[in-house]
Design a protein around this ligand. Structure first.
Ligand SMILES: [Cu+2]
Length: 68
């Protein structure tokens, strides 16, 4: 299991948190998603054989947030 923390801009409230947790959590191979609003960070644990960090970043951006 891989663990990565992404810096994400644009998350401001629990709605953002839920949107990201739901969208990223639904990706195959993603085991857990943690959102830190104050720290502007999203930490994901994923199986590198089934999910890629690029896909995870893309999904966050599709939800309307910027991965920096
Ligand atoms: Cu929000």
């Amino acid at each position: 299991m891989e663990k990565a923390t992404l810096n994400v801009e644009g998350m401001s409230c629990s709605h953002c948190e839920n949107a990201i947790m739901k969208a990223v959590g639904a990706l195959g191979g993603v085991d857990s998603v943690m959102v830190d609003l104050e720290g502007k960070a999203v930490t994901v644990e994923y199986d590198a054989a089934k999910a890629s960090l690029d896909n995870i970043k893309q999904e966050i951006e599709e939800q309307g947030y910027d991965v920096v």
